[in-house]
Design a protein around this ligand. Structure first.
Ligand SMILES: [Zn+2]
Ligand SMILES: [Zn+2]
Length: 178
């Protein structure tokens, strides 16, 4: 998603613009990342570049944390970030002191929000999205989707995901008794 900021970059510090995104496509090719976003984007000319305040919504395609079924979930992401031009708008010289972590404005003076959206989406995604609250998940032994059918495997009382922790707890207890 590219926003042309060539005019804003030539304006004095403090100049502002706002931008409404409607079904805009966000694309980070290297990461195979494609989303459609809606929302508002505020931009203020800063000393070094442009401060962006983004307030966005999107539908993320996730996987159920229990049964791996596809789950579509609406996410809201909001962030403030500074975008720095690769070349100084006045002289066209490369910008000094650009760090690899900084978001860039390319030499055509296009501000691309895609990578920021991708990074902030990661922190907005719930740790365990569910296809439904009572999803029964997959059988840990045979992999049967228990929402669809039961299998013949014996049910264990211990949730297999906590197995490692149970082991650790036992080990700590043993050490105490030494
Ligand atoms: Zn599920
Ligand atoms: Zn089973």
């Amino acid at each position: 998603m590219l926003i042309n900021v060539s005019t804003l970059l030539l304006e004095p510090v403090g100049s502002a613009r706002s931008y409404v995104a409607q079904a805009e496509r966000v694309n980070v090719e290297e990461a195979g990342y494609v989303r459609t976003i809606d929302g508002t984007i505020g931009m203020i000319r800063s000393d070094r570049g442009i401060l962006v305040r983004a307030d966005l919504h999107m539908i993320a395609a996730l996987e159920c944390g229990r049964c791996l079924a596809p789950v579509e979930q609406e996410l809201t992401i909001a962030f403030d970030e500074e975008f720095v031009p690769e070349r100084r708008p006045d002289t066209g010289e490369p910008t000094p002191d650009l760090t690899p972590e900084e978001f860039r404005i390319d030499e055509h003076r296009h501000l691309d929000l895609s990578e920021a959206v991708r990074q902030y989406e990661q922190s907005a995604i719930p740790l365990q999205p569910l296809c439904r609250d009572d999803c029964a998940g997959l059988c840990p032994s045979c992999g049967q989707n228990l929402n669809e059918a039961q299998c013949g495997c014996p049910r264990q009382n211990t949730d297999h995901r906590w197995g490692a922790l149970t082991g650790l707890a036992d080990q700590l207890r043993d050490q105490e008794h030494d």
